[in-house]
Ligand binder design. Structure first.
Ligand code: NAD
Length: 422
């Protein structure tokens, strides 16, 4: 097994691998299983020809990485962004394997991405890109094979197009091929809020563990999209004081608390810029991460807390909404500062948990009330939190390594039982 030396912390795949190695070593994982679980099962690259609105023929590059099918069908979002790389998709795919195992749902891990800028594409172009990408991948997808979901730059409408394209190819309606669909098309109630709700549940549990109170608890959130805006809203409603938020255009700070309902309407209803909201002081998008607070929730993109800036973080609890917001070299610095870290593969697993509920409902053909979805989500998140903390105590490791150990142990057990097909 390798070591952490000479690691490029900004390469998310190397960061993910380094944590895997530490946890695998602590677990005493056999060399063979270590190799098996380290590498993805399959990596697919597709070149997507699309006629643009102006009549030009353009070719986009897309990926789907299936990391593991050991515990069930692959599961993982699809990202549309100019920054997509194969290494990023690989890292995100492996995180999905560990995330599904941490919350103990019967999926492996996958991730997809297309190198494109959705903000510069028309709805018709996005639809054509999505349909051709799905068509190219159709033999690898399916409710029992690989089930995508939304991620950065993709939404319910894109999931609906994927579902329709796949269904056309197999000549029947298959809602369970994708999750995060509109509720009118086999989506689950509560899915849209699930990642944010999961973050709230985990933060509540962490506060209780540390003997802290919700009332007046100061929260800063980076990112005001699906995850960030939802968790901001739910925390504000629960009595937390959200004192800072940011999006790609900049940040907003108000030590007395930001009126999140009004800000939500400002950004997502009235489509105005977050930084222009009158209820706070303007800051930069990054600066908000380093203001003093009780709970810091990075919910935007990777590599935000690094060896270069982790010493500036001033929170008691770091609850990771984004995937990979903290690099491997920042982990030790946060540990030394005594920050209680709720790692991404636990903290943001609410989304995939309700995606699992959606898949179950699609297959049952019977849909649950939102209160049932939320109750079941709460049970899964609280139980997973307790299991991760138990691992941390038993093995004397930090919460992140504990989550990896719990996950790797579960996947390795399933793999030993299945054996290796010749
Ligand atoms: P989104 O596209 O809806 O929102 C992203 C937000 O981050 C936007 O507000 C954007 O302006 C902001 N942002 C981007 N770059 C930034 C920067 N440099 N500084 C500050 N803000 C910046 O995406 P999302 O679905 O909310 O996903 C956010 C993160 O959460 C991603 O890492 C994603 O992988 C992860 N995640 C999402 C889900 C889900 O259910 N959507 C589930 C688990 C994890």
């Amino acid at each position: 097994m390798g070591t952490q030396t000479a690691i490029n912390e900004y390469n998310v795949y190397e960061s993910a691998e380094a944590r895997f190695e530490i946890a695998a070593r602590k677990l005493g994982l056999e060399e063979g299983l270590y190799k098996y679980l380290k590498y993805p099962n399959k990596e697919i690259t597709v070149y997507i020809p699309v006629i643009m609105d102006d009549g030009r023929l353009e070719v986009f590059i897309g990926y789907r990485v299936q990391h593991s099918l050991v515990r069930g069908p692959c599961k993982g979002g699809i990202r549309y962004s100019p920054q997509v790389t194969l290494d990023e998709v690989r890292a995100l795919a492996s995180w999905m394997t560990w995330k599904c195992a941490v919350v103990n749902i019967p999926f492996g891990g996958a991730k997809g991405g297309i190198i494109c800028d959705p903000e510069k594409l028309s709805a018709a172009e996005l639809e054509r890109i999505t349909r051709r990408y799905t068509a190219e991948l159709s033999e690898w997808l399916g409710p029992d094979r690989d089930v995508p979901a939304p991620d950065l730059g993709t939404d319910e409408q894109i999931m609906a197009w994927i579902m329709d394209t796949y269904s056309m190819h197999v000549r029947r309606t298959v809602t369970g091929v994708v999750t995060g669909k509109p509720v009118d098309l086999g989506g689950s109630r509560g899915r849209r809020e699930a990642t944010g709700r999961g973050l709230l549940i985990i933060t509540n549990r962490a506060l209780a563990r540390l003997g802290m109170k919700i009332s007046g608890c100061r929260v800063i959130i980076q990112g005001f999209g699906n995850v960030g805006a939802t968790v901001a809203r739910l925390m504000h409603e629960s009595g937390y004081r959200v004192i800072g938020v940011s999006d790609i255009h900049g940040g907003l700070y108000n030590e007395n608390g930001i009126d999140i309902s009004a800000l939500y309407d400002w950004v997502h209803g009235q489509k105005k810029l977050l930084v222009d909201f009158p209820g706070g002081e303007r800051t930069t998008a990054d600066e908000i991460l380093f203001r003093p607070c009780d709970v810091l929730i990075p919910a935007a993109i990777e590599n935000q807390i690094t060896s270069a800036n982790a010493h500036r973080v001033q929170c008691r609890i770091l609850c990771e909404g984004a995937n990979g917001p903290t690099t491997v070299l920042a982990d030790d610095i946060l540990d030394r500062k005594g920050i209680f870290v709720m790692p991404d593969i636990l903290a943001n697993a609410g989304g995939v948990t309700v995606s699992y509920f959606e898949w179950v409902q699609d297959r049952q053909g019977m849909f649950w009330r939102e209160s049932v979805v939320n109750q079941r989500l709460q049970e899964v998140m609280e139980h997973s939190f307790d299991e991760v903390l138990q691992y941390a105590e038993t093995h004397r490791v930090n919460n992140r390594i504990a989550a990896y150990m719990l996950a790797i142990d579960r996947v390795a057990k399933a793999l030993r039982l299945r054996g290796i097909y010749a």
